[in-house]
Design a protein around this ligand. Structure first.
Ligand code: PHE
Length: 338
């Protein structure tokens, strides 16, 4: 028994704890009801009477050593905890700063450019009814133009869908205010398309609307020309090609001179020297009337662009899926203060 006690004493002396949990486990191991030291005291009754005095002293020493050990280890742990708490919390963080997502950078650039010429920002719901996404925009029921934008309906309800464009927000603005209206609607839109390098079922748009007296196609061209130069540089040229949208008449698509090859021809512009960046047109008078604006008195223009497409051109990114994967090796390359 003497040897046993000596062995335990050595073990106790050599013990050290890294945290309070380990220390508590140590206490339980030796001092709890079923602990080692307590066990020795139970065994004491078997000790021969002539050895009792010596054994008693040894056991008491062991018990005191365990208790002292617990007190001193606890003190040490408390002190190191204090040290951690005393760190200067006002020091600048050492962690690297985050950066904005490229889509957010481009969206903010677009908003910035249009707000400089008096456009405000409007937002609306991502879940829309048929009226705001289609009917008010001159898409008659069962008209093939609805197939231009493959739609996600909610619970197979033909009246409720994820918006396919943010033109729906402009309908809401026209319903709720009177000209002059100058607004852009940035936001997320949804179309039932297969995901590929050039398309995704979720993407972002910025659409714009200008309604006032005497708004003409010349205003549309000048506004978008200004926008293209601001975003892609002073030397950017624009051209308009006739197109079709149910809500604008006449309608056009705007190309810019390829910002990669400067118009000479490369694989990005498919050797044409031009890349398409947006759809636009004069707001169809039907749309104005459907939204409660007098089409005899007012005219307007509208445009809409995909933020992913603009970002791909601006940063020469050839796969749209990169925007959604959030791989830090990709997004760390975009540093911006905006
Ligand atoms: N809403 C159209 C689309 O999503 C874009 C557009 C907006 C075209 C305004 C013309 C005028 O494709």
């Amino acid at each position: 028994m003497k040897d046993k006690i000596a062995g335990i004493l050595e073990e106790v002396k050599g013990f050290s704890a890294e945290n309070l949990d380990q220390l508590e486990a140590f206490r339980i191991k030796y001092l709890s009801k079923k602990g080692i030291v307590t066990g020795l005291f139970t065994e004491f009754k078997n000790v021969a009477p002539e050895q009792r005095k010596e054994m008693g002293q040894l056991m008491n020493r062991l018990k005191n050593t365990v208790q002292d050990k617990i007190v001193s280890l606890k003190e040490g742990l408390d002190k190191s905890q204090d040290k951690i708490n005393k760190h200067d919390l006002t020091l600048p963080a050492e962690a690297p700063l985050g950066s904005r997502h490229p889509l957010a950078i481009v969206r903010n650039d677009i908003i910035d450019i249009f707000s400089r010429i008096g456009f405000n920002v409007s937002e609306g719901p991502e879940i829309e009814d048929d009226f705001h996404n289609f009917s008010a925009l001159n898409f008659p029921a069962n008209h093939p133009a609805r197939d231009m934008q493959d739609t996600f309906f909610i619970n197979k309800n033909p009246d409720i869908a994820l918006r396919t464009h943010t033109s729906s927000v402009q309908v809401r603005v026209m319903e709720n205010s009177q000209p002059p209206i100058r607004t852009i609607s940035p936001g997320r839109v949804f179309r039932n398309e297969a995901i590929s390098a050039r398309a995704h079922c979720i993407f972002h748009q910025v659409e714009g609307l200008y309604v006032d007296t005497n708004v003409s196609f010349a205003d549309l061209k000048q506004t978008l020309f200004y926008f293209a130069k601001e975003l892609f540089g002073e030397d950017t040229k624009t051209r308009f090609r006739p197109s079709y949208f149910p809500f604008t008449e006449p309608s056009a698509e705007m190309d810019i001179s390829c910002n990669i090859c400067g118009g000479k021809g490369c694989n990005i512009c498919k050797y044409s020297g031009w890349v398409e960046i947006l759809g636009c047109g004069m707001v169809d008078p039907n749309v104005l009337d459907l939204c409660g604006i007098d089409s005899e008195k007012y005219t307007g223009f509208a445009f809409g662009m995909g933020v992913e497409r603009i970002a791909m051109l601006k940063y020469q990114i050839n796969d749209l899926r990169l925007f959604f994967e959030n791989d830090v090796r990709f997004i760390n390359q975009f540093k911006s203060t905006i």
